[in-house]
Design a binder for this molecule. Structure first.
Ligand SMILES: [Zn+2]
Length: 121
């Protein structure tokens, strides 16, 4: 996934999830940014504040490839975290043992597939 693809898909996800008026910064890089509490295995992360309608999202292309995970699905997963912040159903665990993360993964897969069915990537 290129930065341009990430930006375009991120905007699409924002529209799909009612976050059009949010400012979401997406960083594609293999090393996690300083704000990420890295466990060495995460493929992405999201830090968001609903009251400020802002989110920072990180996706690691290399770790996604290593895990066999679609980067679009990872990005969608992280945007879903932003959409769900302050709902009390966020989680920092890992799928499949963490049921919330499992849900975000499935919904992320669905969003990525819906996008790819409509937009050539
Ligand atoms: Zn997650």
């Amino acid at each position: 996934m290129t930065n341009a693809q990430a930006a375009k898909f991120g905007e699409w996800c924002q529209g799909a999830l009612g976050l059009e008026d949010w400012r979401i910064e997406i960083v594609l890089q293999d090393d996690p940014p300083a704000w990420v509490q890295d466990d060495g295995r995460s493929v992405g992360a999201c830090a968001s504040v609903r009251s400020y309608k802002t989110a920072h999202i990180w996706v690691s292309p290399q770790r996604s490839r290593d895990e066999g995970t679609d980067q679009f699905a990872v990005l969608a997963h992280e945007v879903l975290h932003a959409a769900a912040c302050d709902t009390g159903i966020e989680s920092d665990g890992r799928a499949p043992t963490d049921s919330n993360e499992f849900l975000w993964n499935r919904l992320g897969d669905i969003l990525a597939a819906a996008y790819k069915a409509r937009v050539k990537v």
